[in-house]
Design a protein around this ligand. Sequence first.
Ligand code: B1M
Length: 210
Amino acid sequence: MNDFSKLADSVFRGDFSTVANLTKQLIDNGVDPLEIINKGLIEGMNIVAPKFKAGEMFVPEVMMAAKSMHTGLELVKPLIADSDVPSKGTVLMGTVKGDLHDIGKNLVVMILQSGGFKVIDLGVDVPAEKFVEAVKEHKPQIVGLSALLTTTMPAMKETINALQEVGLRDGLKILVGGAPVSQSFAKEIGANGYANDAMAAKELCENLLS
Ligand code: B1M
């Protein structure tokens, strides 16, 4: 088992201390932080997903895995968030109303920050009105909406409608993402773009503002 597989396995098992030790070792060995995230930490959650779906893992175990992944992310984060890079633009980000999933959204936030964007993260279960208020306050160029449940995908449309109703939609680019979301859904609800992962989200934000 190589170091990345060991890290992924420790995330899957919810073994915080091993995740922390292995992540530190990889950092000390000069491994690219994005590789640690993609080949180790995310890979661990990729083992969790089908097991959760098949009923072979339960919510407390999934939570432990998610927390372990965060333990690793927190160690890697300072290495990729470069505050000296001039801001490419402001992105307001949140997981939509009714949805508590934030692992993927947090990754998108981190990768955008590392790519020079200023990100205001509204967290999870964010109602449309809160997005509206935050757009008024922070005046972002891009709003990013994340959803992991098919039942919360309509909240994306509701958020876009709420921005439209108060006349804020035209000046904004809206990006959507999350496992059940697709390019065709993005088009259907009038978003400006869809990204299937964090790197694609960063590239799309750059393209939307170029
Ligand atoms: Co939940 N859950 N969950 N869950 N959970 C799913 C989503 C599910 C598919 C599992 C399954 O197969 N059954 C299923 C949804 C089914 C459906 O809607 N059709 C499901 C369910 C049903 C539920 C509950 C209802 C379970 C219950 O209580 N009975 C419940 C709902 C709670 C709620 O939100 N109201 C629930 C709860 C939970 C936990 C709390 C236990 C935990 C969340 C912990 C947390 O986020 N802090 C959890 C988890 C971890 C999962 C799975 C296993 C993994 C999700 C994840 O973190 N993936 C998930 C199974 C799956 O997705 N296959 C599942 C890793 C992450 C890196 O990927 O989030 O896809 P992802 O993010 C990617 C891309 O999607 C993209 O970039 C990210 C990085 O590459 N992306 C964006 C994401 N947001 C983006 C935004 C962008 C651009 C790209 O621009 C704005």
